[in-house]
Design a protein around this ligand. Structure first.
Ligand code: ARG
Length: 502
């Protein structure tokens, strides 16, 4: 097949002249194949194109547009092409032309009937959607794996008090459980975005032909059904032009990568502070400093967001200003999506592994949790609860804070607060907060326990929110499974129908 495929003209000239089933003599010259062709990048949609060809041919036969015998021969040839694989394809501008050439080589001129009532424009749009929907489900699954790791670790660390930062300054004590659950919530929205992109990706453009429909009595619903699409992109010009599903998917990848990059930074900082120990598998050492354990894998995860944002920007910039219907610019839009899919899905899996294997050091976390007078807000809250206007309480505690440093003991903190109360309220601190309450508020664990508002870091609040996060996790896993099942059923249905011919 390969031999014939490389030599459509039968005299050995095709492979070297650039002549193919579409370009023939007239367009055989021109820019290098490497510039014009998408054949290499199209390995990604080789299987998709075979499925699209099969569904189209079955529909053509069912509609009486091609005879059953020709359909059978073409479907048979498609099996041969599949067995030989993408690398065995003959020369072509792209996988669509190359597969068609291979079919014609197998079947003879009747193989050319495969391309009746369609164009490469609706064909490529369908192939990309067919493949990208699968990629979106793979990415959603990776995001579920990461969420599972975050939820498990969060459940184990609900009592692990750790410093919380704003502006990278010690702010308020929190817990590792609260921190990790915060990322589980963020990744849940990333999964939602991937599933939403799936919905709009999974619509069939097939049967639109070049952009103006076709004179043949095609059954677009039938090909959509055979390929597992849940709907059509109806308008033929819209169907062949639209790549907004890639924009949406790449936005979802960019958003997920931004979440990952934040998580990576928190883990990198936590490792630097000795709060968390990454498994050796997720770290590297230095070529010169033998003592070093560096969080390289997470630094690479953080950098992946640069790739994902670049892919989204490249995609949008390529698509911006394109008029209706097919323009060859679109060929260079698609690989941005493939790159984003690959790199962000892999980064998600790596992050899941790093989170699942990381060891949190509760003692080291607790030792730093009160640094920077981080329990100050709780004291201001207690004064406000006792009737002092919050703004006055804030001023009082700020006065005390200016007298306190990291080396100050709790007793020294109490003394500074008492002095500030005399100055600001002209009253004794104990008139508002008794000593035992104050001591509790000034301890990081007491501070955390008091913050039990919904979504707060108190163990009870985090445990509560973990229940809801687990429910959503299950719902999303069920949605991914249901979509996979729909696609698997469609694949079975298509092969059953094809087997009725071959
Ligand atoms: N290789 C092309 C792409 O990736 C396929 C469609 C080509 N269509 C055309 N009219 N030249 O977009």
């Amino acid at each position: 097949m390969t031999d014939q495929g490389d030599d459509l003209a039968g005299d050995g000239s095709a492979a070297t002249s650039g002549e193919t089933v579409i370009r023939r003599d007239r367009f055989a010259g021109g820019p290098a194949r490497s510039f014009m062709s998408s054949l290499d990048a199209d390995t990604r949609i080789f299987a998709a194109d075979l499925a699209v060809d099969r569904a189209h041919v079955v529909m053509l036969a069912e509609q009486g547009i091609v005879g059953d015998g020709d359909a059978a021969a073409i479907l048979d040839a498609l099996d041969t092409v599949e067995d030989a694989g993408h690398d065995a394809l003959p020369e072509g501008e792209d996988v669509h032309e190359a597969i068609e050439s291979a079919v014609v080589n197998e079947v003879g001129p009747a193989g050319g009937k495969m391309h009746t009532a369609r164009s490469r424009n609706d064909e490529v749009a369908t192939c990309i959607r067919y493949r990208f929907r699968e990629d979106l489900l793979d990415a959603a699954e990776a995001s579920l794996e990461l969420r599972g790791a975050l939820l498990d670790a969060a459940a184990e660390e609900t009592d692990t008090v750790v410093p919380g930062f704003t502006h990278r300054q010690h702010a308020q004590p929190t817990t590792v459980g609260h921190l990790l659950a915060s990322y589980a919530g963020a990744v849940a929205r990333d999964t939602e975005r991937l599933l939403a992109a799936y919905e709009r990706t999974n619509r069939s453009p097939l049967g639109s032909a070049a952009f103006a429909g076709t004179t043949f009595d095609v059954d677009r619903e039938r090909t959509a059904e055979l390929l597992g699409f849940h709907d059509l992109i109806e308008n033929a010009a819209d169907a062949v032009t639209a790549r907004d599903f890639l924009i949406e998917g790449c936005s979802a990848f960019a958003a997920l990568s931004a979440t990952l990059s934040g998580l990576a930074t928190d883990l990198i900082e936590g490792a630097k502070d000795g709060h968390v120990d990454l498994d050796d598998a997720y770290a590297s050492t230095s070529s010169i400093m033998p003592q070093k354990k560096n969080p390289d894998s997470l630094e690479l995860v953080r950098a992946v967001s640069g790739d994902a944002v670049g892919d989204l920007t490249g995609l949008l910039t390529t698509l911006k200003g394109l008029p209706r219907a097919y323009n060859r610019d679109l060929q260079r839009a698609t690989p941005h999506a493939w790159d984003a899919v690959d790199i962000v899905t892999e980064a998600t899996e790596v992050t899941a592994g790093a989170v699942a294997t990381a060891e949190w050091d509760a003692e080291a976390c607790a030792a730093d949790a009160g640094a920077g007078f981080s329990t100050a807000t709780g004291v201001a809250d207690a004064l406000a609860a006792a009737g002092v206007p919050f703004r006055t309480a804030h001023e009082l505690v700020a006065d005390a804070a200016s007298e306190i440093d990291d080396a100050s003991t709790v007793d020294e903190q109490v003394d500074a607060l008492a002095a500030a109360a005399e100055g600001v309220l002209d009253d004794s601190l104990s008139a508002y907060v008794d000593e035992a309450t104050l001591a509790d508020l000034l301890s990081p664990s007491g501070s955390v326990a008091a913050r039990d508002s919904r979504g707060g870091p108190a163990a009870s609040a985090v445990e509560d929110s973990l229940i809801r996060l687990r429910d959503t996790h299950e719902d999303h896993a069920a949605a991914v499974d249901a979509n996979r099942e729909t696609l698997a059923n469609a694949e079975n249905r298509l092969s059953t129908v094809v087997n009725e011919y071959v």
